[in-house]
Write a new protein. Sequence first.
Length: 428
Amino acid sequence: MKLWEEKNKNRNKKIDEFIVGNDREYDLILAKHDCDASIAHAKMLGQVNIITKNESKKLIKILNEIKIDIKKGEFKIENDFEDMHSKIEFLLIQKLGALGKKIHTARSRNDQVLVSIQLYIKQELKLIKKDVFTLFNKLIILAEKYKSSIFPGYTHMQIAMPSSFGLWFSAYAEILIDDIIMINNALSISDQNPLGSAAGYGTSFPIDRNSTTKNLGFSDLKYNSLAAQLSRGKIEKQVATAIGSLASSLSKLCMDISLYMGQDFNFISFPESFTTGSSIMPHKKNPDIFELIRGKCNLLQGLSNQISLLTNNLPSGYHREMQLTKGPLIESINDIKSCLELLIISINKIQIKKNIIDDPKYDYLFTVDTLNKWVENGMPFRDAYNKMKLEIKNKKYQPNKKLTHTHIGSIGNLKLESIKLKMEKHFK
């Protein structure tokens, strides 16, 4: 069944399959939101007397029944139907007769899919925000627990200066705040009701768009009907940018974890249930979880560019390739949620090695602490720097690793309370 096609018209099956693509699969995820939008639309049609109040109630009753079937997993979109819109309208007509045909008054599939996608985005971004906040809190707890556990910091992959696990954990906690800000931006752009824009050129029916905006929980609406259509692709790109920002943070964290688990570093470990083995090397404990999160998150960072390439040269109005943004968007949301879930589960199991800096290869880790002490005693910094450089060259430098306890004062001053307040400001 196609909402736009004459009955009994023969069509080429391959063309139909190509045009529909995977839409039915993704529409099963969006169908609940399409019902919510239809309920708000039916309620509004009754309020403005385009249909009667009684007709509105009947439509809403059946739409709520369809929502129950969706929740139970009993809602199907068979190959006879082009998409969720055609299946839901078919069910309304099947159960209500001619009344079911009235649901499409004053709207188009264009604004239907827009509002469904935006409702889905709002729902999912809020869930992602909660998971980011959970991961943030776990990192803050670990930062407090290990704020005095020293390990070597690296620059250019070279031994640099003393760091602490507290500094490391809280660093990743704080950059998650930047990702929350990006998610908030995407939420704000998605939080504008497009329903009522129809095919992009509005409708002559006296609809009340403020009513659907309120009933669907949007904070505002897209006032210009064509602007609503122009937002298709742009909204997905903003969501992709936010997901890409978060993915960058998670990928880098997993890179550190994978590196620090290696025998050459040996800073951290995880229980065997969080690692995998080798088919021929019995000594191996591989960080497959973190490598896969790293890989998935690296791919997610390309989504924004993918959507740009798909939509950036399209003129105003609707074009069918906009349909192709639906799959990558849904898949990316599912991927980032699964990556967050696994990190939340695994990060609590991290095991921190003790006495890491006792290894002689970290002797030069304390050169800056030593020359800073000389500067504190009155030596000009450049003279202290050159003196240290000469001692290293002549192999006369004798590290005093007790100086680390002086350095803990700076690397242990993590400002955790300030970081938590900063997160509270942006997590609303």
